[in-house]
Design a protein around this ligand. Structure first.
Ligand code: AMP
Length: 145
């Protein structure tokens, strides 16, 4: 699949935005949604997406929507840090199939890291328990400024 392709309105994140499939949401406003990755590479792995842009990748997003998205990533990362006290965290953003992207609605990953805990590989993590994700989402949400 080419790096440049049309937005698929039935991609999994579009379905989450329409409420057609469940998600463990951390917070949202009219512009962005932060929710738990269902195959977390580490405890507290959060995804942040735009609700207004249908950009498949970083290449297409409108500058204003990107500004809102990156501000949301920072706000969410601050809450993750406050709630879970990781030793560090990674921001990951993949573009195109060859870049490792699997869902073609632009998103940022926030992946907390602990020095004594290995991180699971992208695409190699088991599905998390929905109740565990909900509890983590609640802890992170409670730490939002
Ligand atoms: P990427 O490979 O960068 O496109 O990331 C897509 C991410 O979406 C992966 O980390 C998946 O684990 C995650 N994912 C896939 N389906 C769902 C879902 N239904 N709810 C939450 N996260 C999902």
């Amino acid at each position: 699949m080419s790096l440049h392709h049309a937005y698929d309105p039935d991609n999994i994140f579009a379905k989450i935005l329409r409420g057609e499939i469940p998600s463990a949401n951390v917070w949202e406003d009219e512009h962005v949604l932060a929710f738990m990755d269902v195959f977390p590479q580490s405890e507290g792995h959060v995804l942040v997406i735009s609700k207004t842009s249908t950009a498949p990748s970083l290449l297409e997003i409108e500058p204003e929507a990107l500004d809102r998205l990156t501000a949301a990533v920072q706000r969410t990362a601050r809450a993750v840090e406050k709630a879970l006290s990781p030793d560090g965290f990674q921001i990951m953003q993949l573009n195109g199939e060859a870049g490792g992207q699997t869902v073609f609605h632009l998103h940022f990953h926030i992946i907390p890291r602990w020095t004594d805990r290995p991180m699971k590989g992208h695409g190699h993590a088991p599905m998390a328990d929905a109740a565990v994700l909900r509890a983590l989402a609640d802890r992170i949400a409670a730490a939002l400024d």
